[in-house]
Design a protein around this ligand. Structure first.
Ligand code: AMP
Ligand code: GLY
Length: 434
């Protein structure tokens, strides 16, 4: 019998999750809470206004609507223990427990954990006292440093400093000026790593690791990786810089070690584990763990999943991944271009009408909504990252062309997007073929 699913969240990632789950013959309907204009107007998908912070209300909604599976998109409800509360109320839920989600929610926990288990990462030290942090920075034998709020800061709690005085200023900004609030009560100071960044994600049932094809996000606002950091302006998958051998190395030295370590420490990790890695000249090193799909990585990884996502998630929860490993479309490449509001990642306006969505659809593209809402029957902007345009093609260059064509057909005042998503991969492929 087909079941009903509840997806928690409102971004492009959650639209992609709902879209892929709705494609399963085993899924009758997908509710998204709170969702966006995209999840409000698609077949088999609708929005729900349950207050997600109120776990008892989520349990009640699930019981009243006979929900067979809850999928939690963002990190905050995972860290707040939504999976723990739903599971103990007898509701089946995909995602790690609050204890396991500490891998993302506490950077100092994650760094200690990596040291305990010999997982490669930047050299580091944690502090609760700003003076001690500054004297460490002054005496550190690495010239460039990164200062991070240890807690959850909506992807913004990291300051990359080019020299020691900038690093000390960052400490002051985070600890004394409380730039990231309580998330910065503990900070992590670490050496700056150089290389290319990649996102390696896997499904894991707590024992088996099922890696997804590697992806690359584009965190800076403007072409050529210029401008401020954002939540992510586009992504592509697979990332050819990660060869099969390198992927195996990442699986062995990072993903499997993490899953084994968490299990041994009594906090089995079940769900999606995301390792943000720097490919350094000394091998891959972990920049961060996330306890969920990445956004926008999800919008390029899920279209390449050949298997039924609902089934994969059920197998993950039931601890049966080893006997039913997910299959992937290996001969396609996916690119997603994020369209943002003018002014993002700073202040921006909302409520601006979006046109051209049907045109992008006519091109055969998948438009995943993020900060959008419905107003008087029209789709309007409602956030910093507004939507993502995904193209799936036989190669990366074609996929990028198509995604750019789609983005150019969508209009709202002040729209911004990058036109060079995947440029590092395209250069890498050119170099390796020539
Ligand atoms: P995080 O949230 O820890 O991944 O940090 C956000 C971004 O800051 C990363 O995606 C990197 O671009 C950058 N970053 C974090 N840690 C380092 C590091 N040790 N060296 C260089 N860049 C870093
Ligand atoms: N794309 C980075 C993240 O989701 O954290």
């Amino acid at each position: 019998m087909a079941g009903r699913v509840l997806v928690i969240g409102s971004g492009g990632r959650e639209h992609a999750l709902a879209w892929k789950l709705a494609a399963s013959p085993q899924v009758k309907h997908v509710f998204v809470a709170p969702g966006n204009a995209g999840t409000a107007s698609q077949e088999k998908i609708s929005n729900s206004e349950i207050p997600v912070c109120n776990h008892a209300a989520v349990v009640q909604f699930c019981k009243e609507n006979d929900i067979a599976l809850v999928v939690v998109g963002p990190e905050a409800p995972l860290a707040a223990g939504l999976v723990d509360d739903l599971t103990s109320a007898g509701v089946r839920c995909f995602g790690p427990t609050a204890k396991a989600a500490q891998l993302e929610a506490s950077k100092s926990f994650a760094k200690d954990f990596m040291d305990r288990h010999g997982i490669p990462t930047a050299r580091w030290k944690a502090f609760t006292n700003p003076q001690e942090a500054c004297s460490f920075i002054t005496g550190a034998d690495f010239p460039a440093l990164v200062v991070k709020a240890s807690g959850l800061a909506a992807g913004k709690g990291v300051i990359v400093a080019t020299d020691k005085s900038e690093a000390c200023k960052a400490v002051q900004e985070i600890m004394q000026n409380k730039a990231f609030g309580a998330a910065g009560e503990t900070i992590v100071v670490e050496e700056l790593l150089e290389g290319e960044e990649v996102s390696c994600l896997c499904f894991t049932d707590g024992i088996t690791v099922a890696p997804m094809p590697p992806a690359q996000d584009h965190k800076r606002l403007m072409d050529g990786d210029q401008g401020p950091n954002t939540g992510g302006m586009g992504a592509y998958c697979p990332a050819p810089q990660v060869s099969e051998n390198l992927m195996q190395q990442i699986q062995d030295t990072v993903l499997q070690k993490t899953v084994d370590g968490m299990r041994c420490e009594g906090a089995p990790y079940v769900g999606v584990l995301y390792a943000g890695l720097m490919l350094t000249k000394d091998g891959p090193k972990v920049l961060e763990f996330n306890c969920r799909f990445g956004d926008p990585e999800c919008q390029v990884i899920l279209p390449l999943l050949k298997s039924d996502l609902y089934e994969v998630m059920q197998m993950t929860i039931e601890g049966k991944l080893s006997s039913s490993m997910p299959a992937w479309h290996r001969s396609y490449a996916a690119v997603t271009v994020v369209m943002a509001s003018g002014g993002y990642p700073g202040d921006y306006s909302k409520g601006l009408e979006i046109t051209g969505l049907s045109k992008a659809k006519e091109f055969g593209l998948q438009v995943f909504h993020a900060g959008t809402a419905l107003k008087d029957g029209k789709v309007v902007t409602n956030g910093g990252r507004v939507l993502t345009v995904t193209a799936i093609k036989s190669d990366l260059t074609l996929a990028l062309e198509e995604a750019n064509k789609g983005a150019a057909a969508i209009h709202y005042p002040g729209a911004i997007y990058r036109k060079d998503i995947g440029y590092r991969a395209i250069a890498f492929l050119k170099q390796s073929s020539g």
